[in-house]
Design a protein around this ligand. Structure first.
Ligand code: AMP
Ligand code: MG
Length: 503
């Protein structure tokens, strides 16, 4: 089956195809492989709006042919991106888009640029021994996971649609295929630069860095001195990474595969494999079954961010100074700011989660003592913070829903007394604090069992649960009392649900 050009003007976006114009060694031209009888599974009106796609028309006219890769949008020049990466701490060599094909990048009417990519659209030069396909369950997890993070206001790649096909894919069992349309301002990774460095293609680092700077940090593009511009860019990448990881920690999100090929240079959450939101709080939680050594536990994510940035900075050393020794020293100095950038970002988020308007001495300890209590009791991360928003500052007021999350009720009471003592004039108004806290402590997260439920239904041909969950998760801070069931503790069978790598 060959791929043809779509006739409907619905898909005639303002394609720029910058990656195709750059060509090798960064991007290889690559057409999707047509797949048998694609059908619609899910479509996201929010992301359609970002792309100036008329969602209603797309649903009416059908989007499966185009978003499976069977028909190419007029004007799109698809590519596969070549990158490498450190996987679990070891340089893994060339990886690249093994099953993701970027149709092109387009610019919307607001001047925003987006790459539109089909994940699971067939083999590429980087597929190695794998089939270039994705299975339905993994696309549902990515669709819901990325939209849940977007709903929480955390930087992430987005998902426009899922298209299914009964074409079989062979994993541990035979499954059906699906294609996810992933959307992001850029899909350049730390590993994109590492690949060039390990190939000793030092002259190719600057054009890729310049493309990122020009398209995504135009204010830095004005810095004329090359070394200064790249250094300012590294500072930005460090800040964006620190801020992203602080965002994850603050909602109990665990990425699961923080290899450098999964690290976005824009600080976006990228690559949704065995990720998970924590139910009961366990700082040493391993959400990825394959991660036996626990390299990527929740508690290690901030340190892994620095390690990964170290690999990134090493790869772009030739951009930092003429002399190698000077470049190393500059790189190390820049990296030294990560810790404080992370701590600042993390403390600010946790302070807000406790309803504190201004920082004060002892706040870090107050946060740490609550987390310690939660870890010891396995209290539910999301529910505990959400319940805290309901607690009155008055010492005698009942705090039952919060206390009920803990086994050690006296310990929780004692912590509450410290917290109440800390609340000052700025935080005394219960109603105002409640509103503020509920804007940062979500009621709804994508619990693994909820995703699992949507997947099981979908595998039986019923896609309605994907839509329902998505609708709830796109406004996770709203009470939505009609959906209160989705904020309940997970059932016993779902405790300790773990997932493994890419599928
Ligand atoms: P991930 O664990 O999803 O980050 O994938 C690691 C690498 O394996 C990336 O280069 C992927 O493109 C590639 N890969 C994963 N699954 C497949 C597949 N089914 N076919 C081809 N390449 C794949
Ligand atoms: Mg990946």
């Amino acid at each position: 089956m060959s791929v043809v050009t779509e006739q409907s003007d619905l898909w005639a976006l303002d394609w720029r195809n910058r990656a195709a114009a750059m060509g090798m060694p960064w991007y290889a031209p690559q057409q999707p492989s047509a797949i048998e009888a694609p059908y619609p599974v899910a479509f996201n009106d929010d992301v359609a709006a970002l792309l100036d796609i008329d969602a209603e028309r797309a649903r009416r006219e059908g989007y499966a042919e185009v978003l499976s890769g069977n028909r190419l949008p007029p004007g799109a020049e698809p590519v596969a991106h070549r990158y490498g990466g450190h996987q679990f701490g070891i340089w893994a060599g060339q990886l690249g888009d093994g099953r993701a094909i970027t149709l092109g990048d387009m610019v919307n009417a607001r001047g925003q640029v987006y790459d539109i990519q089909l994940k699971g659209a067939g083999k590429t030069p980087y597929s190695r021994f794998a089939d270039g396909r994705a299975v339905l369950r993994s696309t549902i997890r990515e669709y819901l996971g990325s939209e849940a993070l977007a709903g929480l206001g955390i930087p992430t790649t987005r998902a426009l649609a899922i298209v299914g096909s009964d074409a079989p894919v062979y994993r541990e069992t035979v499954e059906t295929s699906a294609i996810l349309t992933r959307v992001a301002p850029s899909l350049v990774r730390f590993g994109s630069f590492e690949m060039l460095f390990y190939d000793r293609r030092f002259d190719d680092l600057a054009p890729l860095a310049d493309a990122v700077i020009q398209h995504h940090h135009p204010e830095l593009a004005a810095i004329e001195n090359d070394y200064e511009r790249y250094r300012a860019w590294v500072v930005r990448v460090i800040e964006l990474t620190a801020s992203l990881i602080a965002d994850w920690q603050a909602v109990g999100f665990c990425h699961g595969v923080l290899n450098t090929d999964n690290m976005s240079v824009l600080g976006l959450t990228l690559d949704y494999g065995p990720f998970g939101f924590m139910d009961s709080f366990d700082p040493d939680w391993i959400c990825n079954h394959t991660d036996e050594a626990g390299r990527y536990t929740y508690n290690r994510q901030p340190a892994i961010g620095l390690w990964n940035l170290g690999r990134f900075v090493q790869a772009i050393l030739p951009l930092l100074a003429e002399e190698p020794d000077a470049a190393v020293e500059i790189g190390q100095n820049l990296l030294e700011d990560y810790r404080s950038a992370y701590d600042r970002a993390y403390q600010a988020r946790m302070q807000a989660k406790l309803g504190l308007v201004e920082a004060a001495e002892g706040d870090a300890e107050l946060v740490a003592s609550l987390l310690k209590l939660m870890a010891r009791d396995g209290a539910d991360f999301t529910r505990s913070f959400r319940a805290l928003g309901e607690v009155s500052a008055a010492p005698s007021a009942s705090a039952a829903p919060f206390i009920d999350e803990f086994v050690d009720r006296e310990g929780a009471e004692a912590w509450l007394a410290d917290w109440r003592a800390r609340l000052g004039e700025a935080e005394a108004d219960d109603a105002a604090r409640r509103v503020r806290m509920h804007l940062v402590n979500p009621k709804y997260i994508l619990r693994n069992y909820l995703a699992q439920h949507a997947i099981e239904r979908a595998e039986n041909g019923d896609y309605s649960e994907i839509e329902r969950l998505h609708a709830i998760l796109r406004r996770p801070f709203d009470e939505q009392p009609e959906h209160a069931d989705y904020a309940r503790l997970p059932p016993d069978w779902a405790r300790g649900l773990v997932l493994s790598c890419s599928s």
